[in-house]
Design a protein around this ligand. Structure first.
Ligand code: HEM
Length: 287
């Protein structure tokens, strides 16, 4: 707490309308409302979350922070990145690894399910890390300041809704090196405002911030779609088992999810079908 306070006071935080932090907040205001109102975020706010939902979200967040933090590290000494580079206070990768290991076990990497929207988001982060490192500030702002704002409330809701004990599975929401999120956000904004940008670069950063919210919205929407496919498939399975009058045969949620999500298994089934048809065809030809 004291350390944050001192840093903020030393840096004399004075925010004006022409400051990047104010401009970025203004241009993303409408996108923030849309992000808050995605089905996934609404279910978090209503504390109506399933473990499956939270686990899937963690998988996507891992892929996003992996790309963001690798690019921030690679560009740590870039003039537009250095002022907002706070790996010790903000980095989320290790926390996410811990949460994923808690829920999926040691082999969490093999079990991760990530929708295409998440991969597109990560791809964009890698692209700008190489071509426009100054745009990284837009993405870092969207994710980290979001995590330090509404994210803190979502953490408490998740803990209660899923009955998680002793902070297990909740490392993502915890920032041990940030004693006061509000003071830290002030410091972060003042650092953003110290970045020197040409007019063209500033416009680019503002556009990228809107794009960054858009990527998040697309990820949430795709995750929600995956979840409803899984629910439907589980319902169908239950319906089938009910019709077969074998009520004790049950498909758990995760296997229903993986059966509906692994395109490779469908492909394999198709390939086997084609092979079978060919074999039959060739057999008939030989006859
Ligand atoms: C359940 C959904 C959400 C809730 C309830 C929520 C709530 C909030 C609240 C209360 C603030 C503080 C506003 C202030 O200090 O003036 C905030 C700030 C922020 N949120 Fe969210 N938020 C949500 C989702 C998101 C998402 C999905 C993102 C981005 C992916 C995001 C990004 C941000 C950012 C970047 C800020 C900092 C704004 C600034 O001070 O410049 N939020 N949010």
């Amino acid at each position: 707490m004291e350390a944050d306070k001192q840093k903020v006071q030393c840096e004399k935080v004075q925010v004006t309308d022409s400051d990047l932090s104010e401009q970025i907040k203004a241009v993303t205001k409408e996108s923030h409302v849309r992000a808050e109102n995605t089905e996934l975020m609404l279910s978090f706010q209503k504390a109506n979350i399933s473990l499956q939902q939270y686990k899937l979200l963690l998988c996507s967040l891992y892929k996003i922070y992996e790309a963001l933090e690798e690019e921030l590290d690679r560009n740590a000494s870039h003039e537009s990145v250095a002022p907002i580079y706070f790996p010790q206070e903000l980095a989320r990768m290790e926390a996410l690894k811990k949460d994923l290991e808690h829920f999926y076990g040691q082999d969490w990497r093999e079990k991760m399910i990530v929708p295409a929207a998440t991969l597109r988001y990560a791809q964009r982060l890698r692209e700008i890390g190489s071509e426009h490192p100054e745009y990284l500030v837009a993405h870092a702002y969207t994710r980290y300041l979001g995590d330090l704002s509404g994210g803190q409330v979502l953490g408490r809701i998740t803990q209660k809704a899923l009955g998680l004990k002793n902070g297990e599975g909740l490392a993502f929401f915890t920032f041990p090196a940030v004693s006061s999120p509000n003071l830290f956000k002030q410091l972060y904004r003042s650092r953003m405002n110290s970045i020197e940008l040409t007019e063209t670069q500033r416009e680019g950063v503002l556009e990228e911030a809107v794009r960054s919210f858009e990527f998040n919205i697309q990820v949430f929407d795709e995750l929600q779609k995956l979840l409803s496919i899984s629910e439907k498939s589980e319902l169908r399975q239950r319906h089938k088992t009910h019709n077969l009058k074998t009520p004790d045969v049950r498909v758990n949620q995760s296997s229903a999810l993986s059966s509906s999500l692994t395109p490779s298994s469908q492909l394999l089934r198709m390939l086997l079908g084609v092979c079978f048809a060919l074999a039959v065809g060739m057999g008939m030809y030989a006859l």
